[in-house]
Design a protein around this ligand. Structure first.
Ligand code: SF4
Ligand code: SF4
Length: 305
């Protein structure tokens, strides 16, 4: 095994245990901060900014003003319904430390590879017994490529299976650096239509589609399609996605991830508006129709993660 820099530091915003959806067996998911996309339906909007994010629960605030006195950067104002000016916030955490009611919560903290592996080791027995492992998610883990690479190398040294949820948006050099350490890539394809992709994620799909082919040549890959009414939940989009996936290497499975609103309340905690409020869920019949289409194109189709 190559040298591993266990002191490499990243920003982690959550660790979830006992997942059975994001790779084989039972998995522990480490969520890394930062994402180059801003999907309008994102269920982890607190992941998008690379720096830690202060969440404000207005209904827990007793207006004591302690946080206002603690902030040295002028980022807090009682005149701001969202309380926090995110552009001015330096994520120092002082306001969270002084808040007596827990109305302010910090999402994201610095961890070294060594600290994160120590946390993950608590589940090592479970990984072994269930043939599971670790899944890295985000945000987009590739944003923290240096930390991610050292983390994955450290996991491989422990003998753990590694999976990664990814949008595939990164430089060619980062793709080549990271994926040799990934046993399973769970790659999102959000839309083939370039205009729909840009309008709903904030970025072009050019590099993502190009990288998807490169990724499938390095790591066994499963394609996942967050299926969003009004964006990509159509036969023509799914036919285009299937046609693209056929140009990737060895991809046999496509997951349909039906649109849900689980992350909606987090937008309020960040003073943001959830733009998909009026979007209806897909009906069972609509999901079944898309599943038939994917299977008819020769893929195994899984509903959900
Ligand atoms: S985290 Fe620091 S900079 Fe940000 S609002 Fe709180 S005290 Fe101000
Ligand atoms: S310290 Fe907490 S309870 Fe007091 S004003 Fe700030 S957010 Fe509200």
């Amino acid at each position: 095994m190559e040298n591993i820099d266990y002191r490499s530091e990243g920003i982690v915003f959550d660790i979830q245990r006992f997942s059975i959806h994001d790779g084989p067996g039972i998995r522990t998911i480490a969520f890394l901060k930062g994402c180059p996309l801003s999907c309008k339906w994102c269920c982890n909007p607190e992941s998008q900014d690379l720096k830690p994010t202060v969440m404000f629960k207005a209904d827990a605030c007793i207006h004591c003003g302690k946080c206002l006195g603690a902030c040295k950067y002028g980022a807090l104002s009682p005149d701001n319904a969202a309380l926090v000016d995110r552009a001015a916030c330096k994520a120092c955490g002082e306001c969270v430390n002084v808040c007596p009611t827990g109305a302010l919560v910090m999402k994201g903290k610095r961890m070294t590879v060594s600290e994160l592996v120590r946390e993950l080791k608590k589940d090592a027995g479970l990984f072994r017994r269930s043939k599971g492992g670790i899944t890295v998610s985000g945000g987009e883990p590739l944003v923290q490529a240096a930390f991610l690479t050292e983390l994955l190398k450290a996991c491989k040294e422990q003998g753990w299976h590694t999976a990664m949820e990814t949008t595939g948006l990164a430089s060619e050099a980062v793709i080549e650096q990271v994926f040799p350490w990934v046993d399973m890539a769970l790659l999102d394809i959000k839309a083939m239509d370039p205009a729909a992709h840009r309008a709903n994620t904030g970025v072009s799909n050019d590099i993502i589609l190009k990288n998807s082919i490169a990724i499938s040549g390095i790591s066994p890959t499963v394609v996942r399609v967050p299926t969003i009414p009004g964006v990509n939940a159509t036969e023509s989009e799914f036919r285009a996605i299937c046609a693209h996936v056929k140009t990737m290497k060895g991809v046999g499975t496509i997951h349909i991830l039906p649109y849900h609103t689980y992350g909606e309340n987090k937008y309020g905690l960040m003073g943001k508006e959830y733009q998909f409020k009026e979007t209806p869920s897909l009906t069972k019949e609509e999901i079944a129709g898309l599943q038939r289409l994917v299977e008819g194109e020769g893929f195994k189709c899984v509903i959900g993660g």
